[in-house]
Write a protein that binds this ligand. Structure first.
Ligand code: SAM
Length: 236
């Protein structure tokens, strides 16, 4: 059950009539039954249906119990904002494919500077709920690419999706697609990166240019192809 509320061990969480209806009538849970909770921030929690008060408009109350280990987040995706529909699709599919963070980055040729992060966050939340993810990927505020790279976390490789022929095949760069090898993907905008921008990114020690084959993919296709490759390898 998705609860947009902080969860704490032993908390009593009252449910709305709609949530009670979902649990009792749709999921056929009764008092004492186990319920998996998540709120997109703290990973999954276990709870049990503590009380069910049919009189007061049919509301239930959950008693929150232990919290299983926090699942490792997946790869980060740095994407230069593309047109609205394509960006929505990218956020939804990247969530399903296990992306851990989504960072809209402003590059020299990015033409849609306006990114409605609230809408993207709602898309990510809905996608997480639909696919049964227990964490919702963070959608960061758009930032100029140089600023993001200047503050890059140690230990995380950045795989630059490079269609200009300067990269290694992606499969060779994802030897161990798992949490122990955190990666990020950087995808350019519809017009690609400009040459000096591309050179500057390629120089960085944590960057590896990678190639997704001989065809020029749309940015959203490239992003999802890379995440799907990671997901397939991470699934083992
Ligand atoms: N330079 C492209 C062109 O000539 O049309 C425009 C950029 S492409 C539409 C958008 C982004 O997708 C690129 O910046 C790159 O990050 C990624 N991309 C597309 N095809 C790719 C490929 N075959 N290998 C790696 N990355 C690719």
């Amino acid at each position: 059950l998705w609860l947009d509320a902080p969860l704490a061990e032993g908390a009593e969480v009252p449910l709305s009539p709609a949530q009670t209806h979902y649990l009792v009538s749709v999921m056929r849970r009764g008092p004492g039954d186990a319920v998996a909770l998540f709120n997109g921030r703290d990973g999954e929690w276990r709870a049990r249906l503590a009380t069910l008060d049919r009189k007061r408009g049919g509301t239930a109350c959950l008693e929150v119990r232990m919290r299983p280990p926090h699942p490792e987040p997946g790869p980060w995706l740095l994407i230069a904002p593309v047109k609205r529909q394509a960006l929505d699709l990218t956020v939804e599919k990247a969530t399903e494919l296990g992306a851990g963070r989504l960072l809209p980055v402003l590059t020299r040729r990015t033409n849609s500077q306006r990114v409605k992060t609230d809408r993207l966050r709602a898309i990510a939340t809905e996608a997480a709920e639909q696919c049964g993810r227990l964490t919702v990927p963070e959608v960061a505020e758009p930032q100029p690419l140089p600023e993001v790279l200047a503050d890059w976390p140690a230990g995380r490789r950045l795989l630059l999706l490079d269609e200009t022929g300067g990269g290694r095949p992606l499969g060779h760069c994802l030897e161990r697609a798992d949490a122990a090898d955190p990666v990020a993907f950087l995808v350019g905008p519809e017009g690609g990166f400009d040459n000096s921008e591309l050179d500057a990114v390629r120089q960085l020690p944590f960057v590896q240019p990678v190639d997704l084959g001989p065809r020029i993919l749309r940015a959203e296709t490239a992003a999802l192809a890379a995440l799907a490759a990671w997901q397939v390898l991470a699934a083992g």
